[in-house]
Design a binder for this molecule. Structure first.
Ligand code: ZN
Length: 287
């Protein structure tokens, strides 16, 4: 007769907060990686928008609503990046805590619009990590010391990455730091490291440039002597190929703007993505 209660209590313990992992949803792959770094083994992290996918134009699926409904906490970028996420959250009926990781970021304005790509400045990445650690500690106070320690060591890594990037870019003369990408996703990087990024498409990926706008950009690129054009992992390369053909500026490779890469490609984490982007930019701009 004593076996059954013991068995039951083990089952109950297994379902209780002491052993069950915190269920976390992040809106896109870069944020999911940052959350996983802070959470370690204490949480199960799901990303809504996967690697190499465009979060601007994402259409949520039924499975996303289920994941959000079952989540203990949901992390979103905000600043208008995920235009679909507010509806997804309200339609899911979730009781999860919602954390917007850019709450303490100073937004960059591009032609009067808020630029959502704040993670492309490491200082902001650190604000993301702090918001993630605070959010996880709030809903799972038993593991707060682990989140704090993991966040601190992650922030140290990010500070070292920033120092390294700053040093590498400072070796490229300012007048050579002119880059072309498909959409305007690197304004925060440009600000942090005194670079110029030009793009035929604005801060979201929805708009197509008119023939006139494209012609004006191409004229401008010839004038400013832009050094390199890059394709992005989340956008079609046709525009960049056209710009390259009409200007004679070589396509310098692929950079990762709004999503990590799939396994086996060079940007499977926020840190790897940043390192890859900076080292490719420096290499092509130095030529
Ligand atoms: Zn974008």
């Amino acid at each position: 007769m004593r076996i059954l209660p013991l068995f039951l209590s083990l089952v109950l313990l297994g379902q209780g907060s002491a052993l069950a992992k915190t269920k976390v949803v992040a809106s896109f792959s870069i944020l999911a990686d940052m959350v996983q770094e802070v959470a370690g083994d204490n949480a199960e992290v799901t990303s809504i928008v996967g690697p190499d996918a465009d979060a601007h134009l994402y259409m949520p699926k039924a499975g996303d609503a289920i994941a959000v409904a079952e989540a203990d906490i949901v992390f979103v970028n905000g600043l208008g990046f995920e235009t679909w996420v507010a509806d997804l959250i309200s339609n899911s009926g979730t009781n999860a805590t919602i954390v917007t990781v850019t709450d303490k970021v100073t937004p960059l304005l591009v032609e009067g619009e808020v630029d959502p790509h704040a993670w492309n400045n490491i200082d902001n990445g650190i604000l993301y990590v702090q918001a993630i650690a605070a959010g996880l500690s709030d809903i799972d106070p038993n593991n707060a010391s682990s989140y704090k320690a993991r966040a601190a060591s992650y922030i140290e890594k990010l500070e070292a990455l920033d120092t390294k990037a700053r040093k590498a870019i400072s070796a490229v003369p300012v007048e050579k730091r002119i880059v072309v990408t498909a959409h305007d996703a690197f304004g925060y990087l440009a600000n942090a490291y005194d670079m110029t990024f030009l793009a035929p498409v604005g801060i979201d990926t929805e708009a197509e440039p008119s023939a006139k706008e494209l012609a004006a950009l191409i004229d401008n690129l010839k004038e400013v002597n832009a050094r390199a054009v890059f394709v992005e992992n989340i956008t079609n390369s046709a525009l960049i190929d056209q710009i390259s053909a009409e200007t004679g500026i070589e396509v310098g490779g692929r950079i990762y703007s709004d999503a990590l890469s799939v396994q086996g490609s060079p940007a499977t984490s926020y840190v790897a993505m940043f390192e890859h982007n900076v080292s490719l930019l420096v290499q092509k701009l130095s030529q």
